[in-house]
Design a binder for this molecule. Structure first.
Ligand code: ZN
Ligand code: ZN
Length: 273
């Protein structure tokens, strides 16, 4: 279990660093970013319904589902007050016309983000720190429940894959915000690396909490943690997907295929795992 978790955390840190490097590469266009975000949202949505919720309900009973709502609302309010989950291509704010049709509204938002980014990357960093720490809880609770049920080991693989696919988006956000606010690229990458280390801290936090609670309450805590994490995954997936309906009317077929590919990946691993 320890080896699996350690390797997972190293892989996730690697994905974060790679995501942070993306804004420096010129390959990242607006459409490519949206295609990636659709895919990542699809994997998170799939992880929730094919991996996390079935396992949480199986171990904690139907009443555990209320924790899904707490997770969803927690992340919603975190995003409302700390705005850590904006994803834009690095040059989007400086070039309002990105080559395809967007509503005025979309660019209204984008401009607001860029003017506030100098002040707000600190707030975004707090939000992202909590989001990453909770990601550690998600992985650890999934691994703990997989250990408890020898017949099934798929949940932790689903959570790990979804986290790996999603993490570069977070790294991209924080590095872009910091660079735009005038922070040097080296510092931005170091901060990004520090963020990826918060995930193992979340893993440790989970196991310490569970050990302190102990016994049957500890088992229930594990189920509740996985259900709560499922709620946070749901919130992230929807916050990336729903704006596509109103603000990104271009490439609708490509974006749909990308979403279903991510979703299908999770559905597939649920039946293999
Ligand atoms: Zn995120
Ligand atoms: Zn667009």
């Amino acid at each position: 279990m320890v080896v699996y978790l350690t390797l997972s955390c190293i892989a996730i840190a690697g994905a974060s660093v790679a995501g942070g490097l993306a804004p420096l590469a010129t390959v990242l266009t607006h459409t490519r970013l949206q295609l990636y975000l659709s895919f990542a949202a699809g994997t998170m949505l799939g992880a929730v319904f094919f991996h996390m919720l079935p396992e949480a309900v199986e171990s904690g009973g139907p009443a555990i589902l209320q924790w899904v709502s707490f997770g969803l609302l927690s992340l919603f309010f975190l995003e409302r007050f700390f705005s850590f989950h904006h994803h834009e291509a690095p040059d989007e704010s400086s070039t309002p016309a990105c080559g395809h049709e967007h509503s005025e509204h979309h660019h209204g938002h984008a401009t607001n983000i860029s003017t506030h980014s100098a002040l707000n990357w600190g707030a975004a960093a707090i939000g992202l720190a909590i989001h990453t720490f909770v990601g550690g809880f998600a992985l650890a609770s999934a691994v703990a429940l997989d250990q408890g049920s020898p017949a099934e080991h798929g949940t932790s693989i689903g959570v790990l894959l979804a986290t790996l696919v999603h993490k570069p988006a977070d790294a991209l956000t924080i590095v872009s915000l910091m660079v735009r606010a005038g922070v040097s690229r080296t510092s931005a990458h170091l901060v990004n690396l520090a963020f990826s280390l918060l995930l193992p801290l979340g893993v440790v936090g989970f196991f310490v909490s569970r050990a302190l609670i102990g016994g049957d309450a500890g088992t229930r805590f594990t189920s509740a943690a996985l259900a709560f994490s499922a709620g946070t995954f749901l919130c992230i997936a929807l916050s990336d997907l729903l704006p596509e309906l109103h603000f990104h009317e271009h490439d609708r077929w490509k974006l749909s295929v990308s979403l279903l590919a991510g979703f299908g990946l999770m559905a597939g691993t649920a039946y293999i795992g």
